[in-house]
Design a binder for this molecule. Structure first.
Ligand SMILES: Nc1ncnc2c1ncn2[C@@H]1O[C@H](COP(=O)(O)OP(=O)(O)OP(=O)(O)O)[C@@H](O)[C@H]1O
Ligand SMILES: [Mg+2]
Length: 137
């Protein structure tokens, strides 16, 4: 596990590292409301060369940028609903998948299925700086 303490302008440091080390699989993003999950996805997608506007897929279940980048937000659906709609199969598609609010249960399901999973836990600290705990299990 690696920890980073970054303000908004410094997030690119982590983005650069993830882009060069984790090229396919599922990136689970956890943390309180407005901690910066979507912001991280936005910066990753830009770095990967897609200018498409990244927004939180709060009501849609899935957003795609290009053909190999997928973005989900489980907050409004719940894991059971997400699974019932067949989203585990979507996560098996080749490419990079970002899942906001993916919990420990989802993490375990994916790992047990042999999928590559990177977990990023974001915490608000003082002065608008965030702490990122990154675990590649
Ligand atoms: N590293 C950072 N340092 C300071 N501010 C940040 C950082 N990352 C994101 N922010 C700011 O936090 C706010 C919320 O960001 P964002 O919408 O990405 O959060 P979120 O976790 O996706 O929220 P939600 O839980 O609603 O999906 C934005 O104003 C964004 O600019
Ligand atoms: Mg969000």
């Amino acid at each position: 596990m690696k920890t980073y303490t970054l303000d908004l302008d410094e997030v690119d440091t982590l983005v650069n590292e993830v882009v060069s080390t984790f090229t396919k699989g599922i990136i689970i993003l956890r943390g309180d409301l407005a901690c910066g999950k979507t912001t991280f996805v936005k910066k990753m997608v830009l770095k990967l060369g897609y200018k498409d506007e990244v927004t939180s897929p709060t009501f849609s279940l899935q957003q795609c940028y290009g053909e190999k980048i997928f973005h989900y937000d489980i907050y409004n659906h719940g894991l059971e609903h997400f699974i019932a709609l067949g989203m585990l199969e979507e996560l098996e598609k080749e490419g990079l998948h970002f899942v906001e609010w993916g919990d420990k249960k989802l993490e375990n399901i994916l790992k047990n299925a042999g999928m590559e999973v990177l977990v990023i836990e974001i915490k608000k600290t003082v002065n608008d700086i965030r702490e990122y705990k990154v675990t590649h299990a």
